[in-house]
Design a protein around this ligand. Structure first.
Ligand SMILES: [Zn+2]
Length: 140
């Protein structure tokens, strides 16, 4: 088993596209967390050239849909007793509810201020999601 320096129990979010670490850090409210967290930017990486990395000294619930939308290429490692107990690879979620807003100003969801809209992935390459109300394609 691989040992992770300095983390007894926690989460490492790795292979974050350089520059997106801060956004993910804020999205997870880690800037307000009371446990130890670290955002490490521009780590040299063989695969990506440069990457960002986040260490969280606690096991917290992560919204994988939100993370997948921001950066589908990142990996999540869960650590307990200084050992890796789980490794999660992300991808673009097929469906998301309550995260995205429709960009069509005439969409009923904008007019009636509906928040829990379901969007379905229609084009993975272009990162396009279709609104359930008006079928408009929204790209991320
Ligand atoms: Zn819509």
């Amino acid at each position: 088993m691989l040992k992770i320096n300095g983390i007894n129990k926690g989460i490492v979010i790795d292979h974050i596209t350089a520059g997106l670490g801060h956004k993910i850090f804020k999205e997870l409210n880690l800037d307000k967390a009371e446990y130890t967290t670290a955002l490490i930017k521009n780590v040299p990486s063989n695969k990506l050239g440069k990457k960002d990395l986040i260490k969280i000294d606690n096991v917290v619930d992560l919204n994988l849909d939100v993370l997948g939308l921001i950066d589908p290429n990142l990996t999540i490692t869960i650590i307990e007793d200084e050992q890796i107990v789980d490794k999660i690879k992300l991808s673009l979620p097929k469906k998301v509810t309550g995260i995205l807003k429709c960009k069509n100003p005439r969409c009923i969801s904008s007019i009636e201020e509906i928040d829990d809209i379901t969007f379905t992935l229609v084009d993975e390459k272009k990162k396009e999601y279709k609104c359930e109300y008006c079928d408009t394609r929204n790209s991320l």
